[in-house]
Write a protein that binds this ligand. Structure first.
Ligand code: WT7
Length: 654
């Protein structure tokens, strides 16, 4: 259920008066700016491209083509700049002693405040440590760290010397890490002895060892940050503690002058087929877009304390913990722990402790906290909160209302921000001083963004309608290519609907022109805001010796949004059992990581296939969703009898 008739025709939540007065952009300004941004994009971006400092100013604004076999995206292409300069150095004269990063550790008794000046010192040291390990401009560095300030230092240090970082989420397994290190051909890996989450240690260095040993010859240097001080194996000649390396390098490191289109980072993300793709973002356009969206969407003003609860291993952490806020000279909070430790009030305790004004989290977190009732929220004050944000998956109206009423005391607007790893920054979102809110709707496009809804044939649908979401024009934060595979980039995003960027999402537009994202229309599932390719989970399952075939689909899950439902056919002679089911879950965790764990496994003697052997996922999805009425035409099945068995043995939702 996404909204009701009332939400669709009236703005149920008007812009609060204090917001209209304070905001950078009110409703009238939004309309004018949006209109200019799409009718005169060159002029619009010439102006807004100045939100970062350029070493050499750009003269060309935009040079982009979505032609299916010749996709080319360039923004501000003749300008030069440096990301770490913009995020640090340019603030030193005016806000050197202002806190840049508040680090709240897993332990509620421990936090650290890092000023812009201190950030400068850390990042230049880090840059020289990377150089000491042979890292040069254009080289890829894999960062496999938990939520500690060193993650931001290492990322910024890469940008300072023109190296390209590839951050791998600390929840990925050693196998998944190895794939990503190999994909980026990265000879230097940055990690930690152990992470700490909810009081439990996470063996990140041990995972790096497994990955690096698999990739002998590729990984030549592992830089280890000390977090717990735990005893970890150090391979002589390859592994060094950061502290030791830092002791013998100089303090100073001038920022490299980078071209606007020089690669900035790679971030692996799941697609509907094959292995995860290395999404490549470049320097100038990405930073302009991250900074500008952070400023307008969160209506950032000097002095605001801003907290995004994402992990730096995901794009949200890149754009809205590190780059956007720091480019704007903000104070950004980085949280090492989890929402339920030591108590279920932790988020709100942190809000009170650090007087957080803007709080940006994922619907799955809201839904799971909702389950514990209002008391753990209400026992905290939350007086500093002004604005709430949501990201990662559709937020159901019930969770939206709860977030608004209980967390925000009906005082704080909610910005439901729709975007993707590929988009670099937020594309569809309310602006808090400009947009009336409808619970469950991401509302209106950001400046310069031209969403369209198309039918299966690519016909553009007008007015109130539903279909597939495409974007008709480039924006500066758009990904430039799949690292090392431009053809895959063109085929994945530009072949389905020629001359448009295909998002992979379904979408509805109501009579007010508001957008309602309905979820993925491809074989990607969204588990707790984490994106997972069904093909990846399937290939992990069939790698197990007992499995002959597997088909994975998503099903509605109360907390996670979607859960992972796996149909598994065993090798002849293998017997299904609870023990084997558990073993398969453990196997997937090892191959990919805990976020890919199947929630339900159904052993199936046969899968529904067409006569040409293609698995009919539509049917498997319906069975997993418990909607037999909608099975549709099954006459093309090679063996219609498999359906009865599948229905009879359907696993129950947990
Ligand atoms: C997919 C992208 C954007 C950063 C985090 C996820 C879904 C994201 C929303 C939202 C409805 C959303 C889409 C999108 N999604 N935000 N506000 N409302 N759906 O990035 O891992 O690249 O996943 O997340 O399905 O395609 P990602």
């Amino acid at each position: 259920m996404r909204g009701n008739a009332d939400h669709e025709t009236t703005g149920l939540y008007p812009v609060p008066a204090d917001w209209a007065a304070r905001a950078h952009v009110d409703e009238g300004a939004y309309n004018i700016m949006y209109e200019t941004s799409v009718t005169a994009p060159e002029a619009f971006w010439l102006h807004h491209g100045q939100c970062i400092d350029w070493f050499k100013p750009f003269t060309k604004v935009k040079n982009t083509s979505f032609a299916p076999d010749n996709v080319s995206i360039r923004w501000f292409e003749d300008g030069t700049t440096n990301v770490s300069y913009n995020c640090i150095d340019r603030h030193l004269a005016t806000r050197g002693d202002q806190v840049a990063i508040i680090w709240e550790s897993d332990d509620p008794g421990h936090d650290i405040k890092i000023t812009y000046r201190q950030l400068h010192t850390h990042v230049t040291k880090w840059a020289n440590v990377l150089k000491s390990q042979g890292v040069a401009r254009g080289d890829r560095v894999t960062i496999y760290l938990p939520m500690i300030p060193e993650a931001a230092y290492a990322m910024l240090a890469c940008t300072r010397i023109g190296a390209v970082h590839s951050v791998v989420f600390g929840g990925f397994s050693s196998d998944a890490l190895a794939d990503r290190i190999a994909g980026a051909a990265s000879s230097v890996v940055v990690t930690v002895d152990e992470g700490l989450r909810g009081g439990r240690k996470v063996p990140l260095k041990a995972n790096v060892d497994v990955a690096a040993n698999k990739l002998a010859g590729v990984v030549t240097s592992v830089i280890v940050v000390k977090r717990t001080g735990g005893d970890v194996a150090m391979t002589v000649g390859r592994d060094r503690y950061y502290d030791e390396l830092a002791a013998s390098v100089p303090d100073d490191c001038p920022p490299e002058e980078m071209g606007a289109e020089d690669p900035l980072f790679i971030l692996y993300t799941s697609g509907s087929t094959g292995k995860p793709k290395g999404v490549l973002h470049t320097t100038g356009g990405y930073l302009v877009y991250a900074a500008m969206t952070h400023q307008y969407v969160f209506d950032y003003h000097d002095g605001d304390i801003y907290w995004c609860t994402a992990d730096v291993g995901w794009v949200t952490g890149h754009s809205y913990i590190v780059y956007g806020p720091l480019a704007n000279g903000a104070t950004t909070l980085m949280f090492e722990g989890i929402p339920t430790y030591p108590t279920i009030s932790r988020f709100w305790d942190v809000v009170d402790k650090h007087k957080v004004n803007t709080f940006y989290t994922a619907p799955t977190a809201i839904r799971s906290l909702m389950g514990a009732g209002e008391e753990p929220v209400k026992r905290t004050k939350r007086k500093s909160l002004r604005l709430l944000g949501s990201v990662g998956e559709p937020i159901n109206p019930e969770a939206w209302e709860w977030y608004h009423r209980v967390v925000g005391d009906r005082r704080c607007p909610i910005v439901d921000t729709w975007w993707q790893t590929e988009t670099g920054g937020i594309l569809i979102t309310p602006l808090p001083g400009a947009t009336k809110l409808k619970p469950g709707s991401a509302t209106r496009p950001f400046f310069g963004v031209r969403p369209e809804i198309v039918d299966a044939e690519g016909k553009v649908l007008e007015g109130a309608t539903e279909g597939n979401l495409v974007i008709a024009e480039s924006w500066p934060g758009q990904m430039r290519t799949v690292y090392g595979d431009h053809k895959r980039f063109e085929e994945t995003y530009f072949a389905t609907y020629p001359n448009k960027y295909f998002t992979g999402d379904g979408c509805r537009r109501d009579a007010d022109g508001y957008y309602w994202i309905t979820g993925r229309v491809d074989d990607v599932i969204n588990v707790s805001g984490h994106r997972m390719g069904t093909a990846e989970v399937e290939s992990a399952l069939v790698a197990h010796p007992s499995v002959s075939e597997a088909a994975v689909v998503g099903y509605p899950h109360d907390i996670k949004g979607q859960g992972i439902y796996a149909y598994v056919t065993l090798m002849t002679g293998e017997k299904s059992s609870d023990a084997l089911s558990k073993e398969l879950v453990a196997h997937v965790r090892k191959e990919i990581g805990p976020i890919a764990s199947p929630d339900l496994i159904q052993f199936a003697p046969g899968l529904p296939k067409t006569r040409s052997g293609k698995i009919m996922r539509r049917i498997l999805r319906k069975i997993a969703e418990d909607e037999y009425g909608g099975l549709g035409d099954t006459s093309t099945l090679a063996d219609p009898a498999v359906i009865d068995d599948l229905i009879a043995n359907r696993q129950n939702k947990r």
